[in-house]
Design a binder for this molecule. Structure first.
Ligand SMILES: *Cc1c(COP(=O)(O)O)cnc(C)c1O
Length: 358
């Protein structure tokens, strides 16, 4: 690029999105109070709005999706219980083993298919019989929608019901890690409440594609949220005038959901362009939301080599599995950026293939 300033196209994650002007304004004007006393009107309103949108009784603002997932596990599980989740679950891969270390629960994995689904028969076979002193009781089953490591695939209400019915039949609760539940709702054109009607609680992130600076919300029954509030306090998540954050969350729920369709269209276009580049593999038809995971053929190099070469060319991506990389579209990447990114990727991949031939 020489002396010309190269703009970096950051496709690492939708978490890099900055708050909008409307959010900053709402934050500066937010009515606040001490939330540990239940007196922050902005937080109370956010928790109420979030629970309405998701069809649950009550909500709880947390610092992050990781905190929400941990608080849910702490609320449901005793030490020595077992939690069943998919083998590609974010809670298993990317949350520092919090449910084991802090909730004292053992994690049991069942396969996720490439669309992030769990086979109800696999779940049924994994659930422990009750009353056997040798075995941990299966207290909790966790689902993920959209599924991060499965290319942002969305679970339908039917997918969720099939698994939740098996769990409930066996006396286990069902937690939905819905970090990107609104991406699923927009992609499937299903109301968010419909997507989560068969689970006991849901966590979603304000700080990802919805562009807030901080925060997640956990929603569920009054009783569940009452208990969850105590566990959040115990792990240091009691907040004071966090209405400043909730104010941004309220703007997000009003204005940031419908536009996710743009991110999905950009992701689909990105996948089509990547599929046309010799040496890369991805099925564009499989891309439902804003996450594109693509495979690198050995003729191009290893995933870390390609990641570095792309970074040098001003395209930031993240590693995924051994020979795959991940791109995520978001509010700060438009369709022109997508075309520019594709042209840089084509250049980098072409060059690496030439070098490897030589
Ligand atoms: C990002 C993410 C989380 C964790 O959220 P943080 O706010 O980053 O802690 C949990 N689950 C899934 C599926 C995610 O993508």
């Amino acid at each position: 690029m020489g002396a010309e300033q190269m703009n970096v196209i950051d496709l690492r994650s939708d978490t890099i999105t900055h708050p909008t002007e409307a959010m900053r304004k709402a934050m500066s004007e937010a009515e606040v109070g001490d939330d540990v006393y239940g007196e922050d009107p902005s937080i109370n309103l956010l928790e109420q709005r979030a629970s309405e949108i998701l069809g649950k009784e009550a909500g709880l603002l947390t610092a992050s999706g990781t905190m929400s997932n941990l608080v849910a596990a702490l609320t449901y599980c005793h030490r020595g219980d077992e939690i069943i989740m998919g083998d590609q679950a974010h809670m298993f891969w990317n949350e520092s083993a919090g449910v084991s270390a802090l909730a004292g629960a053992q994690v049991r994995l069942v396969p996720n298919d490439d669309q992030g689904k769990i086979d109800p028969a696999d779940l049924s076979a994994a659930i422990r019989p009750r009353g056997n002193v040798h075995m941990p009781p299966t207290t909790l089953v966790c689902l993920e929608n959209t599924h991060n490591r499965c290319s942002g695939a969305a679970l339908t209400p039917q997918d969720t019901k099939a698994v939740a019915d098996v769990a409930h039949e066996a006396g286990a609760s069902v937690h939905m890690d819905g970090a990107r539940i609104f991406n699923a709702a927009v992609a499937l054109e299903v109301p968010p409440a419909e997507l989560v009607k068969d689970v006991d609680d849901v966590s979603f992130c304000l700080s990802k594609a919805l562009s807030c600076p901080v925060g997640s919300v956990l929603v569920g029954s009054e009783e569940f949220i009452g208990e969850a509030r105590r566990w959040r306090k115990m792990i240091g998540g009691g907040m004071r005038q966090a209405g400043v954050l909730a104010a941004a969350g309220l703007v997000a729920l009003e204005t940031m959901i419908e536009r996710l369709a743009d991110d999905h269209a950009n992701a689909r276009r990105l996948a089509q362009g990547l599929a046309d580049i010799e040496g890369l593999k991805v099925d564009p038809e499989s891309i439902q939301t804003n996450i594109v995971i693509f495979e690198i053929e050995p003729s191009v190099g290893t995933a870390p080599e390609v990641l570095q070469a792309l970074a040098d060319a001003g395209v930031k991506v993240t590693p995924s599995r051994t020979q795959t990389l991940r791109m995520v579209t978001h509010r700060q990447v438009d369709s022109a950026d997508v075309e520019e990114a594709l042209s840089r990727v084509a250049g980098v991949v072409g060059k690496l293939r030439e070098q490897n031939k030589a």
